[in-house]
Write a protein that binds this ligand. Structure first.
Ligand code: ZN
Length: 120
C-alpha cells in the first residue's frame, strides 16, 4: 500500500459541526484517503496551517487542500461574517497556490444548518 493521500482537510474544532463534516467526508471524500486536522478558526492562523499542510505534502504527497470555514465561528467572534470568511479562504488559497502551484484547493463555507457552500 502506497503511503500517499488525496487530500489535506482542515476544519474548525467546533463540536456543533462535526456531524456535518463527517457526512461530507463520507460522501464527497468517499473512497479517498485524507489527512485531517481541526484548528479553531480553520485558516485564521495561516502560518500554522501552511506548516501542517507542508508536512502532509512532504509525507503523503497530498494532491488537494480542503478548507472548511463555518458560520458563527467563535475563533472569529464578532468578525465571523460571511465576507470575512470568504476573504480568509481566498487568502489561504492564494498562499497555498504560491507555495504549491500544482495543489488543488477547495474552499467551503459551512452553514449552521449543515449546508456546505462551495466558495470559488
Ligand atoms: Zn469555529
Amino acid at each position: 500500500m502506497s503511503h500517499t493521500c488525496d487530500a489535506f482537510v482542515v476544519t474548525c474544532i467546533d463540536f456543533r459541526f462535526q456531524k456535518y463534516i463527517k457526512r461530507f467526508t463520507n460522501t464527497t471524500l468517499k473512497g479517498k484517503l485524507y489527512d485531517m486536522v481541526g484548528f479553531a478558526g480553520v485558516t485564521k492562523d495561516l502560518p500554522t496551517i501552511m506548516n501542517q499542510l507542508g508536512i502532509s505534502v512532504r509525507l503523503h504527497h497530498t494532491k488537494k487542500a480542503i478548507f472548511i470555514h463555518h458560520e458563527d465561528c467563535g475563533a472569529y467572534g464578532k468578525e465571523s461574517t460571511y465576507k470575512r470568511h470568504v476573504t480568509d479562504l481566498h487568502q489561504a488559497k492564494k498562499a497555498v497556490r504560491a507555495k504549491y502551484p500544482t495543489l488543488k484547493v477547495d474552499l467551503y463555507y459551512l452553514h449552521l444548518d449543515g449546508k456546505f457552500e462551495k466558495v470559488s
